[in-house]
Design a protein around this ligand. Structure first.
Ligand SMILES: [Zn+2]
Length: 288
């Protein structure tokens, strides 16, 4: 098995035909390594845009790719044909920092080649998720490549960030810090139909209370003071993608607003709840 750590730089611009913003790949950088993480070869190419004549200032600043570089670039088709040739017939696991590069890659193959699948992509690992498990105290917030590298004790002072090849080489240095062959192979996902479905699935909040995917047991509220089950006193309302209702604790004579949000992902639904204090009930006020 071989590993290809790849990084893409892309431009985001408004497309008048599609009537939306599209991401177009401008640069491919990749490093090919064996199972000992010894570098076999690197790949770096700039792609000439088919959609824009000039780069936005933001992309120029971020990537340091110039308009001149881009004009000298090669076509998308040629760049990826050469990339495939570079990989050859090796069995590879592809790695990228976060899956946004892979999403853009899939979108670009769809846009420029009319295929919803990336021909060379057979197995994939999100390197960011892989490394994140090894960094303490980072939580679930997605960590950037440079921050992760710093956290892992890598000296990043001489790196030219946001150039595709440099970023993929930095990704390799991160991988070296926490490499475990079996663990990596276990995490590799096969790029089959469900991989693409999952990748293109847009997570969204459920806002229809009759949606059968809602777990009604999550819509019960226990008092956070006395732990007793509270009684719902109002209908559910859906505001800002969150359901809320007024609940009463008879023991504590308090009213709260209970909020619950259901966010649907491809393979799970995340539930978030919180409680905001209202006021003591009328009786409680009369007593005091
Ligand atoms: Zn209570």
């Amino acid at each position: 098995m071989f590993y290809v750590i790849m990084d893409l730089e892309w431009n985001n611009s408004y497309n008048k035909i599609k009537k939306c913003f599209v991401n177009e790949i401008l640069e491919i950088g990749a490093v090919l390594v064996d199972e000992h993480l010894d570098v076999i070869d690197t790949y770096s190419v700039i792609i000439k845009s088919q959609l824009i004549k000039k780069l936005s200032g933001r992309v120029k600043n971020l990537t340091h790719i110039t308009n001149e570089d881009m004009r000298m670039g090669i076509s998308f088709h040629r760049a990826f044909a050469e990339f495939e040739k570079w990989i050859g017939n090796r069995d590879c696991i592809f790695l990228s920092w976060g899956n946004s590069d892979i999403r853009v890659l899939v979108d670009n193959f769809d846009m420029f080649c009319g295929t919803k699948k990336v021909p060379f992509l057979t197995q994939y690992v999100d390197l960011q998720k892989y490394c994140q498990d090894f960094i303490v105290n980072v939580g679930t917030q997605q960590i950037g490549l440079v921050n992760a590298a710093t956290e892992m004790g890598i000296d990043v002072s001489n790196c030219n960030f946001h150039r595709a090849l440099e970023d993929s080489l930095l990704g390799l240095r991160c991988l070296k810090k926490c490499y475990n062959r079996d663990h990596l192979h276990n995490l590799a996902v096969i790029c089959d139909d469900s991989f693409y479905k999952k990748l293109s699935f847009k997570a969204s909040y459920i806002t229809n209370i009759n949606n059968p995917k809602i777990d009604k047991s999550k819509m019960k509220c226990d008092c956070d003071i006395c732990s007793a089950p509270m009684k719902r006193m109002s209908d559910w309302k859906c505001i800002n993608q969150s359901f809320s209702a007024i609940f009463l604790c008879k023991n504590c004579e308090r009213l709260v607003t209970f909020h619950v949000k259901f966010k649907e992902y491809y393979d799970r639904i995340d539930v978030k709840t919180n409680v905001t204090e209202m006021k003591k009930t009328q009786d409680a006020e009369n007593e005091s």
